[in-house]
Ligand binder design. Structure first.
Ligand code: HEC
Length: 164
């Protein structure tokens, strides 16, 4: 009985630990999927987050690998976007109740600030997973090179061959 309780507590602690401790790098797969697919961040920021955007019709996203923002600021930027500056808000309720910069849709309209539409809104839990991925693989990681590329994709894929 006691052993069962201890095991359950250990499991709970493991689940709460940062993913790098609990699982290792392979398990940033969900965050990566949110970055590349559901949020389509790569359209403007590039698959490596280095600003080499994937879609020339889209606005230029800055190089996230060189971003100096901390976790709270990155989370805020993803949830609230940057009105008037082409970074979409991924929180569905971003400008509904003043949670973002104290502004609502009407305030944005009054100031003539437009927001780029996100590919899809993200749940708070998805944004946490995405931010975990960004800090593990993108933000502060320096320029993408062949070794980092192979680690990022899980193997030395085509996209890595052009890198040194
Ligand atoms: C439509 C293009 C576009 C998409 C899609 C997009 N971004 Fe951005 N992002 C931008 C632009 C443009 C900026 C710079 C805004 C500014 O000038 O303040 C930016 C800024 C940021 C910043 C702040 C960087 C810094 O150092 O100040 C972060 C973090 C960020 N984006 C993350 C993301 C993530 C994560 C996603 C996907 C969930 C995403 N972006 C999707 C265009 C985009």
């Amino acid at each position: 009985m006691r052993a069962g309780v201890a095991a359950a507590a250990a499991l709970a602690a493991l689940a709460a630990a940062p993913c790098s401790l609990a699982q290792g790098t392979a398990d940033h797969a969900e965050g990566m999927r949110l970055f590349l697919q559901k949020g389509n961040c790569q359209a403007c920021h590039g698959w490596a987050g280095d600003g080499r955007k994937m879609d020339n019709q889209m606005p230029d996203g800055p190089n996230l690998r060189e971003s100096a923002l901390d976790r709270a600021a990155v989370t805020l930027t993803i949830k609230c976007g940057r009105p008037g500056r082409n970074m979409p808000a991924f929180d569905r309720l971003a400008y509904s109740d003043g949670r973002c910069y104290g502004m609502k849709d009407a305030d944005l309209k009054k100031s003539e600030l437009t927001l780029f539409d996100p590919a899809a809104p993200l749940q708070p839990r998805e944004i946490e997973t995405l931010v975990d991925f960004l800090f593990a693989k993108v933000i502060g990681k320096g320029p993408m090179d062949r070794a980092k590329c192979a680690e990022y994709w899980g193997s030395d894929v085509e996209a890595c061959r052009e890198l040194k």
